[in-house]
Design a protein. Structure first.
Length: 347
């Protein structure tokens, strides 16, 4: 009888979510780790992002609960297919269904090391190929005109450099080269670094903004705070780095928090919902009838670069696309058509 699961939920008699103990050794045997702990360790060993870790753990936990907390080694293709079918009946999106499948494939292939033939038979949901919403240059001006302060500066970077929202919010002071007009994006999508353009019109605004952030950072240091989270456990290799200016977020949060392990008083970066809400309100205030989000500004950057005559490979590098075919989608939303075709009606 296992009265509670890891989330404190009361349950019935089930198989514990651990790998079967292969045998006892002399002395007191170590308690086998929970399967979710194994998944977490495997994800971190492969340097998956925190968001991916949270999503995968959630899907695997729901999959196990769906089948009465049976151990995954006792299940196979039939159980996975049944769970994915239940998601389809709930009318979740294809991307959501594919994410659940990716989590389960990770569980069986990477954690349980089960290379079974049925893994290749699982069907990925077909995602619709949608043309991205793109703003005209005048609509971009209207959206930015209805933003102010830090949301304006973030929005201008999204449009001016083709950044994703989290790429902009993850920027650290060392990633901005104001003299060379360059932004270095660290570990963007696919864990790839890249450089993109820093608009000249933002240089002075960024200098003023960084001066204000530096003042806040100095004030935090005076109060025994001023630390930030560092990637790859760099804080163990360089203990002073979390407090150094170059590692601080360009867009820090307004509040601090205490990290439970190190007990450091830290600042996280600004939460993405702040910018998402501000951009949405700005689009409504501007009277724009298209669906507008921060990512729309990135789409608009790519499309306007094409309209200005820049080649597709240059835009691919600036956007950080792995394949040029991903960048080619923007040729379908140009005002003059994919190949500069004019309608016969315009003649």
């Amino acid at each position: 009888m296992y009265p509670h699961d890891r989330n404190g939920n009361q349950g019935a008699t089930v198989i514990p979510l651990v790998r079967p103990n292969p045998g006892q050794v002399t002395g007191i045997p170590a308690k086998p780790p929970l399967i979710l702990d194994q998944v977490r360790e495997s994800l971190r060993a492969r340097h998956y992002s925190g968001r991916t870790e949270k999503a995968y753990l959630g899907w695997i936990h729901r999959f196990l609960r769906f089948h009465g907390n049976r151990h995954p080694e006792t299940m196979a293709e039939a159980e996975i297919s049944a769970y994915l079918s239940s998601l389809a009946e709930e009318k979740v999106s294809s991307s959501t269904q594919n994410q659940a499948l990716a989590a389960l494939l990770f569980l069986y292939q990477q954690v349980l090391s089960r290379e079974l033939p049925w893994l290749g038979n699982l069907v990925h949901a077909k995602r619709p190929k949608a043309v991205p919403a793109v703003l005209s240059t005048q609509e971009v001006r209207l959206v930015l005109a209805n933003l102010d302060g830090i949301p304006w500066l973030v929005g201008a970077l999204l449009y001016g450099g083709g950044l994703r929202l989290l790429e902009a919010l993850h920027l650290r002071v060392k990633d901005l080269d104001l003299d060379r007009r360059e932004i270095t994006v660290r570990r963007g999508k696919g864990q790839k670094d890249r450089r993109t353009v820093l608009p000249s019109t933002l240089v002075e605004r960024l200098r003023s903004h960084l001066l204000a952030v530096k003042t806040q950072h100095d004030r935090d240091l005076a109060q025994s705070a001023g630390a930030v989270e560092l990637p790859d456990a760099l804080d163990r290799k360089y203990p002073n780095a979390p407090h150094e200016w170059i590692w601080q977020w360009v867009f820090p949060a307004t509040r601090t928090y205490t990290e439970p392990t190190s007990h450091q008083v830290r600042r996280h970066h600004l939460h993405e919902t702040v910018i998402q809400r501000a951009v949405r309100k700005a689009a409504i205030a501007a009277g724009i009838t298209k669906p507008v989000s921060p990512h729309t500004l990135r789409h608009s950057f790519a499309t306007h670069m094409l309209e200005n005559g820049y080649d597709i490979r240059t835009i691919q590098e600036l956007l950080g696309h792995r394949d040029v075919s991903t960048t080619m989608i923007y040729t379908h939303v140009l005002n003059r058509g994919a190949c500069g075709v004019r309608s016969p009606l315009d003649r």
